[in-house]
Design a protein around this ligand. Structure first.
Ligand code: HEM
Length: 509
């Protein structure tokens, strides 16, 4: 319509303009007929037509793209599962599952298949939405992925993690020291979500680049990290555009280095260069790739891309879980009391808290798992393509959504309640009480599951134990309904979580 009105302005004294208008109108009519035909096809003739879902989402990709770009897709999909059941058609060729078996079927090794189809490939619309970004472990094809994974796995081994422990503890010590300095004996509200994130960024900065971002010292985000946050929000729009077939636009923006992209690439490159110039090998998360760079002819850009992914994957997720666990504890004082008792009776001094000793804190582990369930750091978006041979759903997108899976009454008793106890018994006991523990796969499953899972647990357990050991915590009224205030663009766009910290008084030994 708009085009047509604009075209009619051309009509001043030019003979052929009427023909131009008609041509434009004709094209619009054709496009409209084409769109209507596509909707009809999608609803009545598409191979996925038998799967339930709302009419507009079965007909068009637009609603899903809109929901995703606005950060509410995971929550909307969960409501659809309540309405339509365990499989919902959330786009014309896009299915969402909450059946626990879907974990293995979608993300697991496909036994008996040729090497080419031994896994369902990640859908590029999600993991490679900007095509010009060099590949990294997160979006490499099967062959390159397994090389990256092999090279990196040493840095994530148990032995390597024990070597990294002093570096991790150094930043946790700094966190606690800074919180003591800042808390004003419980009189000043502190944004604990920020402090967690500063810690996890400083730790992973050290373990990848060999230098921290000095967030804890400055009690502020490094500019590079602020850009990462913008990227998390912007990624919702980028994925939505690519999903709708406009992927060339974000790609163009990236190539032109707009919106601060050029500066961030140059900052990352500087940090990678410093890391590559390290005088001796480091027992860190990145060394495996550094060692292979000549043998595999790894480009600087690919090294850089992998470093970036390691930093984002290793900081955001752990900070999210710690923040979620803290919020849930503050809103459930009886559970916080039990945790205080567990932590404070297990140790006489903070120096006793380490990777080994936190393993004894069983209740705290249950709390972290329950926080991962209620507030999964990766809320949704692990979308895969069904390969040829996948019966009627071949060639289409499939995904489970953590948010939907974790809030389904098919999988959990009282799915919206914070009940760490559900994780304390055996799987059999849990099942008898209505909890399918295998539904929680916050770290995903299969060959592309989280390589940093053990590191994440170690880091989160040490940090939470140290906070609980040193401080009494109270929630600020500003933190009410903290989770409900947030948007999820696969990762969460977290808002501040203000708390009051009062140092625990201990009698001198
Ligand atoms: C609570 C903390 C964490 C959660 C919930 C989490 C979750 C996940 C999930 C769901 C995936 C699969 C992504 C996909 O399929 O696209 C993943 C992959 C990955 N995570 Fe984590 N993660 C956490 C912590 C960490 C840490 C501390 C690191 C360390 C740097 C890390 C590094 C990675 C890497 C490198 C991958 C890609 C693995 C591959 O493709 O082979 N993660 N993570």
């Amino acid at each position: 319509m708009l085009l047509f009105a604009h075209g009619s302005n051309l009509n001043h004294g030019r003979k052929c303009d009427y023909t131009v208008d008609r041509e434009i109108q004709h094209r619009i009519d054709c496009a409209n007929i084409g769109a209507i035909a596509t909707y009809i096809y999608n609803i009545y003739f598409h191979p996925l037509r038998r799967f339930p879902g709302p009419l507009i989402q079965r007909a068009s990709r637009l609603p899903w793209a809109y929901l995703h770009a606005t950060g509410v897709q995971a929550m909307a999909t969960q409501k659809l599962h309540d309405q339509y059941g365990p499989v919902v058609r959330i786009g014309p060729n896009h299915l969402s599952f909450i059946d626990t078996k879907a974990w293995k079927d979608i993300y697991g090794h496909r036994v008996g298949n040729s090497a080419h189809t031994s896994e369902m490939s990640k859908a590029p619309e999600w993991v490679h939405a900007v095509r010009s970004v060099p590949t990294s472990i997160i979006n490499a094809d099967r062959e390159e992925h397994s090389r990256f994974r092999r090279a990196l796995s040493h840095g994530f081994s148990d032995t390597a993690m024990r070597g990294q422990e002093p570096e991790i503890v150094k930043y946790v010590d700094l966190l606690i020291k800074r919180l003591h300095e800042e808390c004003d004996q419980g009189k000043k509200a502190l944004n604990i979500e920020g402090w967690y994130n500063w810690t996890t960024f400083d730790v992973v900065g050290n373990l990848v680049f060999g230098q921290s971002f000095r967030c804890l010292e400055n009690a502020d985000y490094h500019p590079w990290i602020e850009f990462i946050f913008k990227t998390i929000r912007g990624n919702g729009v980028v994925v939505a555009m690519t999903y709708l077939g406009f992927g060339f636009l974000p790609d163009l923006v990236f190539r032109m280095g707009l919106f601060g992209i050029r500066q961030v690439i140059s900052l990352t490159d500087d940090m990678v260069t410093t890391r590559l110039n390290a005088e001796k090998p480091r027992e860190d998360l990145f060394e495996g790739l550094v060692e292979k760079r000549y043998e595999w002819n790894l480009s600087f850009q690919k090294l850089s891309s992998n470093a970036l992914i390691l930093v984002i994957a290793g900081s955001e997720t752990t900070a999210t879980t710690l923040s979620g666990a803290t919020y849930l504890l503050l809103t459930h004082p009886e559970i916080l009391e039990k945790l205080k008792h567990e932590v404070r009776s297990a140790f006489n001094d903070a120096s006793e808290i380490n990777i080994n000793t936190v393993n004894n804190l069983k209740y705290m582990l249950a709390i972290l798992n329950e926080a991962l369930r209620l507030y999964p750091p990766v809320s949704s978006g692990l979308v895969r393509n069904v390969p040829a041979g996948g019966a009627e759903i071949a060639g289409h997108f499939v995904a489970e959504g953590h948010w939907s899976m974790n809030h389904s009454k098919e999988n959990w008793a009282d799915p919206w309640e914070f009940k760490p106890e559900r994780f304390l018994g055996t799987s059999k006991e849990a099942l008898e009480a209505g909890n399918k523990l295998e539904a929680l796969q916050a770290f995903s499953v299969g060959p592309r599951n989280c390589i940093g899972r053990n590191l994440a647990y170690a880091e989160m357990r040490i940090i939470l134990a140290r906070i609980i050991f040193d401080f009494d915590i109270k929630m600020s009224p500003s933190a009410e309904n903290w989770i409900d205030k947030q948007k999820a663009y696969t990762l969460w766009d977290r808002v501040p979580l203000e708390v009051y910290l009062t140092p625990v008084r201990r009698a001198a030994a």
